[in-house]
Design a protein around this ligand. Structure first.
Ligand code: HEC
Length: 158
């Protein structure tokens, strides 16, 4: 009995021992990494968050095939391309690139996806809204790049 308990304890300790893996790069919600005006936060909520975050609001028809498959696919790909819940705060180059890409995607009309805009009228951004978003995104990406440049000498390979 005592032997069995000892063995079990040893196995548990081995299982709990931290492995020698490099730490995973964990992102943070974008609103914790970058300050954004309320208008920008609202625009992201209205137009992008359903596909580009972990806070997807699934409508009732998202349970019925084939809509369910299409939507799951869009959300999976969308989260891979840019995840607002998993923002690369520790990688300023990547974050800056994502902001520039977001502005470009909106300005070119690629995003939000057309099918989504048909079903979610509120996701359409007016021209002034697109402009406000891009001004913010471009400004923030510039700031990230400049700050990063100033610190790269000290903290290279970050
Ligand atoms: C209906 C889901 C959906 C919505 C809503 C949506 N996206 Fe996307 N987004 C995607 C998918 C899917 C991809 C992957 C592109 C591909 O595979 O063609 C993507 C890709 C992107 C990319 C990567 C670069 C590119 O152009 O492919 C950016 C940046 C982006 N989206 C920004 C946005 C922004 C900003 C919004 C809000 C205005 C938005 N998206 C709304 C689904 C969505």
């Amino acid at each position: 009995m005592a032997v069995a308990v000892c063995l079990l304890a040893a196995i548990c300790m081995m299982a709990a021992r931290p492995r020698n893996k490099p730490p995973a790069r964990v992102g943070v919600p974008i609103e914790r990494a970058i300050s954004m005006p309320a208008e920008v936060a609202r625009l992201l909520d209205r137009g992008c968050r359903d596909c580009h975050s972990k806070e997807t609001k699934w409508p009732w028809y998202s349970r019925i095939p084939p809509a369910s498959w299409m939507m799951a696919n869009d959300v999976e790909k969308g989260r891979m391309a840019m995840n607002l819940s998993d923002w690369p705060a520790s990688r300023p180059w990547k974050a800056a690139g994502a902001l520039l890409a977001a502005c470009a995607a909106v300005q070119s009309g690629r995003m939000p996806l057309r099918g989504y805009m048909l079903l979610h009228r509120e996701s359409r951004w007016s021209e002034p809204e697109k402009k406000a978003f891009c001004e913010w995104a471009n400004g923030e990406s510039r700031r990230l790049l400049v700050n990063n440049q100033l610190t790269t000498n000290k903290e290279s390979e970050k």
